[in-house]
Design a protein around this ligand. Structure first.
Ligand SMILES: [Zn+2]
Length: 267
């Protein structure tokens, strides 16, 4: 999972200001419904009062920008036919669409599927990576029903308003939401095995620490401490290790500190 994730919170948005929180139980995927690939444009437009919508992140081709704390309640789903809202349960992100198309009755008009394939592949990878990261962070299973859903699915489940995203777009590439959920689960598995390789054991840490400390004893003292060293050695405040090394660049233990103070007191 290689995600370029930065934060620009929409602090001027009324949603952010209302400051309500959720315990995330899922992730809802949206797309903006506008031919505008630049997340910054949306952030500029949404970071002000009276916008009446707010999401947790914008996913672009190159990067992901988080725009609300993950546990803050977003305004992205509206209310569904059940009277419930995924705003209370789901973290949300908007996928930025490439330039060049328009909309008519919820359908993309003039969208060039092949020319936009590299854009889609990159954006999709970011969407998978972000969702996998969130599922890991909040201990969610993307394959469980209702956890990872798009806006259109949320409408079907009665927890979101009647929008078609992302099913007006992603299926043009043969990507279903089931496929997305499987890809998220796979990304989580892959990153889990990476973590295991990196796992630091106590034994390994101790080994590295011992070797670090041993190397420090080999370091010579700094020039600036020469007068102090000369004085301390002459006064017998530091005694060295008996082999001629004073280990000047090593750490001092509490008992060594006390011993030095004791020597000083008895000067
Ligand atoms: Zn939506």
């Amino acid at each position: 999972m290689n995600l370029d994730l930065t934060q620009q919170f929409l602090t001027e948005n009324d949603c952010y200001k209302s400051g309500r929180t959720i315990k995330p139980q899922g992730v809802m995927v949206h797309s903006t419904g506008v031919a505008q690939p630049d997340p910054e444009v949306f952030i500029g437009r949404w970071n002000q009062p009276d916008v009446a919508k707010c999401v947790h992140a914008f996913v672009g081709r190159e990067r992901v920008i988080q725009t609300l704390p993950w546990t803050m309640r977003g305004w992205h789903a509206g209310t569904g036919t059940s009277g419930r809202s995924a705003n209370n349960t789901h973290i949300s992100f908007e996928c930025c669409e490439p330039a060049g198309h328009t909309y008519q009755g919820g359908e993309m008009i003039g969208y060039n599927v092949e020319a936009n394939r590299p854009y889609f592949d990159d954006l999709y990878r970011n969407a998978v990576g972000l969702t996998a990261m969130l599922c890991q962070q909040f201990d969610l299973d993307p394959l469980e029903p209702g956890v990872v859903i798009c806006h259109a699915e949320g409408y079907g489940l009665g927890v979101a308003s009647n929008h078609g995203d992302v099913l007006q777009w992603w299926p043009k590439y043969g990507v279903t939401m089931d496929q997305f959920r499987r890809d998220v689960a796979q990304a989580m598995e892959d990153s889990g095995s990476e973590d295991e390789e990196d796992d630091m054991t106590q034994e390994r840490f101790d080994e590295l620490m011992d070797s670090y400390l041993a190397r420090r004893t080999q370091l010579g003292p700094s020039e600036w401490s020469a007068p102090a060293r000369k004085w301390a050695e002459a006064a017998g405040i530091v005694a060295g290790d008996g082999d001629g090394s004073f280990r000047y660049r090593s750490f001092t233990t509490r008992e060594e500190t006390l011993q030095m103070l004791y020597q000083l007191k008895n000067m």
